[in-house]
Design a protein around this ligand. Structure first.
Ligand code: NAD
Length: 502
């Protein structure tokens, strides 16, 4: 058990069960952590409530100073974080570095922009209420419960945690049972930098996450599978606790006839296979204009044939062993339905690693086209035109991210895709731009992290109307006369009647 897990466990008097996090490349134990119980989770939320009062009482500048110190503490010991991410997820060190760096960038943005987005500001009261001064501010909700996945154990939960903290909330974070060490490390650096447990971590399996939904938090920010997201929402409905659901995806790349084919092929391959394909916004499907289909498939397969998953490769192991069955089932189903593997195939799915797999001629009703595979695989299909590409892209229940390659039509095509985010002539680029909101529609969930929307997600809007002078027409009194009513009707007619041009 890590020192912080032990400290947290003893602070909560924890004596019972523990669980191990394992290195998916070797099966070795990376760390042992307490399985926090319902009472312990509740105690963490209670403590967070006290911390939230202190934290919310600071100014935006005060919180920014603390968040900047946290960020600096992380940067100072970055190699440790990268090693922990590498060991718990299996991803190559370079990918772990990229993830951590982007996450730290988000902390900086959230801390630096909270005042501009959330502080009280005046809004126009309108002509009817010109005697009022109207303003709105965004207040912290209190305690935010964050439930995280394992695939990006730094970037993904920090998308909620950093924005919730910058907005003035305290956070109780339940990391995935596959990456508890990363969660504990983040909270350790916070307590070191700030000196108070405004960010706490509770560890455990799904039951600990379920306990967090019932522990009295003011909002739950969940990132994980759609199936678990539904359970979280159902649990939170009992107490009318609001939720953000960042769930799975089935993202497509569209390649138009005028696209730069080598660039599109390189991006599609990286989008599908980096992090062993275990990316919510990873590329799972590609739709290519018939005029450039052969050229694209050639470029893609040539590149993919040089890519290798393994301890020495650029693709790490599959983090969650049970996912290997899902990947195998999707490839098998695609082949059974008449698809062909032009790279990889069923044999590519090994004991721990999956080699890149490119499937063509796969019917659209196949599992590999409709359900999240979460492996280094992709389907590539030929389309007549962009209308067909958009129609097929939109024909899944998910709607997280998407990508378009086209020199002239990128924006037009992107606008017509039903997804929370699109990248044009690049891949996954939106996730690295802190000012852009991140989130999906449909089975990919709802609510937004990142950007101004991500800050507001962890607040409630507080409106104030302050009377500046007595109005010509006092409307909110029982002393209102018929004359006032007639005048009011005339004003409404002038403002909104058929001849008004407003
Ligand atoms: P998961 O749903 O299995 O688990 C996510 C978290 O929920 C874990 O911490 C888990 O312990 C917890 N949990 C399990 N049961 C629970 C319950 N009943 N109540 C509350 N919490 C519970 O997901 P995963 O396998 O860890 O992550 C992979 C999934 O996450 C993929 O579907 C991926 O697309 C998705 N994901 C989405 C985003 C996004 O931003 N949209 C980002 C990363 C990952």
């Amino acid at each position: 058990m890590s020192p912080t897990s032990q400290a947290a466990a003893s602070r909560r008097g924890h004596t019972a069960a523990t669980f191990d996090s394992l290195d998916p490349a070797t099966g070795e134990v990376v760390g042992t952590h307490p399985v926090h119980t319902e009472e312990e989770v509740r105690a963490a939320v209670d403590l967070a409530r006290t911390e939230a009062a202190w934290w919310a009482g600071l100014s935006f500048t005060g919180r920014k100073r603390h968040l900047t110190a946290w960020k600096a503490a992380m940067v100072q010991r970055l190699p440790e974080l990268i090693e922990m991410v590498h060991r718990e997820t299996g991803k190559p060190l370079g990918d772990a570095t990229l993830e951590a760096g982007l996450a730290i960038e988000h902390i900086g943005w959230a801390a630096g922009h909270a005042r501009r987005v959330l502080a009280r500001r005046k809004v126009s009261p309108g002509l009817l209420m010109a005697h009022q001064s109207a303003s709105v501010a965004y207040k912290p909700l209190g305690v935010i419960g964050v439930i995280g996945p394992w695939n990006y154990p730094v970037f993904t939960p920090l998308g909620s945690i950093a924005y919730a903290l910058a907005a003035g909330n305290a956070v109780v974070f339940k990391p995935s049972e596959y990456t508890p060490g990363v969660g504990v490390w983040l909270a350790e650096r916070f307590e070191e930098a700030v000196g108070r447990p405004v960010l706490q971590v509770v560890t455990g399996l799904g039951a600990t996450g379920a306990a967090l939904c019932h522990a009295g938090a003011d909002k739950i920010a969940f990132t994980g599978s759609t199936a678990t997201g539904k359970k979280v929402m159902a649990a939170c409905a009992e107490t009318l606790t609001p939720v953000v659901i960042e769930a799975g995806g089935k993202d497509a790349v569209i390649v138009d006839a005028d696209a730069d084919i080598p660039v599109a092929a390189d991006a599609a391959l990286w989008g599908a296979c980096s992090n062993a394909g275990q990316t919510c916004i990873g590329v799972e499907r590609v739709y290519v204009h018939e005029q450039v289909y052969d050229e694209f498939v050639d470029a893609l397969t040539t590149k993919a044939a040089r890519l290798h998953a393994g301890a020495d490769g650029k693709i790490g192991p599959i983090t969650m062993p049970s996912q290997l069955h899902v990947i195998r089932r999707h490839v098998q189903d695609a082949l059974d339905k008449g698809g062909r593997a032009v790279v990889g195939g069923l044999d590519a799915v090994g004991e721990r690693y999956v080699q890149p797999t490119i499937l063509v001629d796969v019917p659209e009703n196949s599992l590999a086209v409709q359900e999240e595979t979460f492996g280094p695989t992709m389907t590539v299909a030929k389309v007549r035109d962009m209308d067909e590409a958009i129609e097929l892209t939109n024909a899944t229940a998910y709607g997280l991210g998407s990508t378009v390659f086209s020199k002239r039509h990128g924006m037009t095509v992107a606008e017509r895709i039903r997804s929370g985010m699109s990248a044009v002539n690049g891949v996954i680029s939106f996730a690295g731009i802190p000012s852009l909101p991140f989130g999906g529609v449909g089975d990919s969930g709802f609510g937004r992290i990142h950007g101004p929307d991500g800050l507001k997600e962890f607040t409630y809007a507080k409106a104030i109307a302050r009377q500046r002078f007595r109005p010509m027409l006092t409307l909110t009194t029982f002393d209102r006369t018929e004359k006032t009513d007639r005048l009011f009707t005339r004003v409404i007619g002038l403002l909104h009647g058929p001849r008004t041009r407003r």
